[in-house]
Design a protein around this ligand. Structure first.
Ligand code: C2E
Ligand code: CA
Ligand code: CA
Length: 541
């Protein structure tokens, strides 16, 4: 913005106002004096004119009086305009003041005024021996509501959420929207009465677990809440930060719950931040690699394919398992880069293996929100020269729940390329027949928790049996994961399950070892792990 059209400053406006006022006063005063003087003369001439004297001079005074009147009228009009401008200015200033302290969408306080008022609240509480609780509330599925139903419904949900919070907290509590779907509150309570705060916050959590109505649409939001109590060493910003850390802990513990801040959470966060930074540099240094887990035909005990499992070759920590970094990668958006790196490396090494061997890769629910996912996978196939018909993609049901329409379109694009699709971890999520029918799956993978416990848990056995029959009726291959010994394998075959994987057939291995395993298979070796040591596998590679 240039200086010439810069908006009026308050000081400039006042100077302009005073200037205008002086000019106006001068104009009105001059007009009035002239009017009085000229009108007096006019009257004299008017009486003279009755006698037929001085008519011409009377005429010119008539004109002068009209001019005076016009001058007064102009003065009055300018006065009226000026007072209107003053009023508008005042209203705008009041509006600006309100906006600077309030969130325009919900009418709640904003972050700045929460900090100002919160600092005062803390001061008052300290001098009267009371405690302050800072509560941070984050809606769990707001983004989903926004994406699926649009911003109108999203805005309405935020207003509904603010009404719930206001309703559940006591009069005098400070309630603010920090931005997006994040709310923060501060309230005083009696020292040692944390339970009273827990009760109130639990009520808020309970309310958010119910379906909510936003813009006449029923939505499911859920809330994760963190609470921090005042301590001698923390100011209001520090308490908001602690409540935020507790809120993340509540989210990680499974959402839809509350957590009080404790010191260990701060250490966990530091650890997590260090891992996150190391992961960023790990991506740059290409430290993420594929490991391969054999997929077996249970009858012949031959390897039919491999599942690719990501590992992080950390320079100091050694081989890091995916459970330690995939959740962080999903949260921070690094999952796409890591997944592409691992898939590219896996397909590049597996390209030259026996062409009957398939490769399965895991795709995270976060990646299924990327409309370009299918194109990215096809690009890797082209770059590595790996045939689409040998690739299978494993997705979990939770990925479908997020945005079924987008998942459907991505999966259809992948299927059109000749890639196969497996539904992973079946039995743990919704296990919905509707999902199985809505998408063109080629395989169901029974979650390892049922398979591992099949021998000593009748319920697990019944579930495995039921999934096998379901696969049969839908004409889908069923793979059992988590076969840890031969007894489990023997129990699965009579149930009609023909494919499996698990530690009984060996631990996941690097590409070199997998190639060696295949070489031994081609040479006619029996691939029972007891017979094949990792040393022999490497030697054959
Ligand atoms: P998953 O897809 O269910 O993979 C199977 C996991 O079970 C693997 O753990 C595997 O080592 C383990 N497993 C195999 N056989 C047995 C067995 O007999 N008993 C037991 N107890 N476990 C067995 P891993 O490699 O630690 O992977 C864990 C999870 O990490 C995977 O579960 C998958 O959800 C995720 N993951 C791994 N790699 C990737 C990846 O590249 N992308 C994505 N998005 N997720 C991945
Ligand atoms: Ca999997
Ligand atoms: Ca699985």
């Amino acid at each position: 913005m240039t200086k010439g059209n810069a908006p009026d400053t308050r000081a400039g406006f006042i100077v302009r106002l005073i200037g205008l006022d002086i000019i106006l006063a001068a104009v009105i005063m001059a007009g009035t004096i002239l009017l009085v003087k000229n009108a007096g003369r006019m009257l004299g001439y008017a009486f003279g004119a009755i006698d037929g004297l001085q008519f011409a001079r009377g005429n010119s005074f008539l004109i002068a009086v009209s001019l005076n009147l016009a001058l007064l009228l102009i003065g009055y009009r300018r006065y009226r305009d000026l007072s209107r401008e003053v009023q508008e200015r005042k209203a705008a200033e009041e509006r600006a003041l309100l906006l600077s302290s309030r969130d325009p969408l919900t009418g709640l306080l904003n972050r700045r005024s929460l900090c100002e008022n919160g600092a005062e609240m803390l001061g008052r509480a300290q001098s009267s021996g009371k405690a302050v609780a800072v509560i941070l509330i984050d809606l769990d599925h707001f983004k989903n509501v926004n994406d699926v139903h649009g911003h109108g419904v999203g805005d309405s949900l935020l207003r509904t959420a603010s009404a719930i919070i206001v309703d559940k907290l006591p009069v005098g509590a400070l309630i603010a929207r920090l931005g997006g779907d994040e709310f923060a509150c501060a309230l005083t309570y009696d020292e040692g009465q944390d339970n009273s705060v827990t009760y109130m916050v639990d009520q808020i959590v309970q309310n958010f677990t119910q379906p909510l109505v936003a813009d006449r649409i029923v939505v499911h939001a859920g809330a994760s809440i963190g609470v921090a109590r005042s301590t001698a060493d923390a100011d209001i910003d520090g308490l908001i930060r602690r409540a935020d850390i507790a809120m993340y802990a509540a989210k990680h513990a499974g959402r839809n719950r509350m957590a009080w801040f404790d010191e260990s959470m701060e250490q966990d966060l530091q650890c997590r931040n260090e891992t996150e930074n190391a992961m960023r540099s790990g991506i740059a240094k290409s430290e993420f690699v594929p490991y391969f887990e054999q997929q077996i035909d249970l009858a012949s005990k031959r390897i039919t394919g491999f599942e690719v499992l990501a590992r992080w070759e950390h320079p100091l920590r050694g081989l890091v398992p995916p459970d330690d970094f995939i959740p962080i990668a999903e949260e921070t958006g690094m999952i796409g880069d890591i997944s592409e790196m691992v898939i590219r490396k896996a397909l590049a090494v597996a390209k030259d293996w026996d062409h009957a061997i398939t490769i399965s890769v895991n795709i995270s629910p976060v990646q299924l929100r990327d409309p370009w996912l299918a194109q990215k996978i096809v690009k890797i196939l082209i770059e590595t020269g790996f045939p689409a018909s040998r690739l299978e993609i494993e997705i979990t049901e939770s990925a479908l729940f997020d945005n079924l329409a987008l998942a459907q379109s991505i999966i259809t694009s992948l299927k059109n390329q000749g890639i196969r699709i497996a539904l992973d971890d079946f039995g743990t999520g919704y296990s919905s027949l509707a999902h199985l029918r809505a998408l063109p799956f080629d395989r169901i993978k029974i979650d390892k928790s049922f398979v591992m416990s099949i021998l000593d848990n009748n319920e697990s056995a019944a579930i495995v049996n039921a999934i096998s029959s379901l696969g049969d009726s839908l004409n889908l291959t069923v793979t059992a994961e988590g076969i840890e010994d031969s007894d489990i394998a023997d129990r699965l075959t009579p149930m009609g399950i023909s494919k499996g994987q698990g530690w009984h057939y060996g631990l996941p291995m690097d590409g070199e070892a997998a190639a060696g395993m295949l070489a031994l298979q081609t040479a006619g070796e029996t691939l029972v792990p007891a017979n094949v040591s990792v040393k022999r596998i490497r030697a054959a590679a």
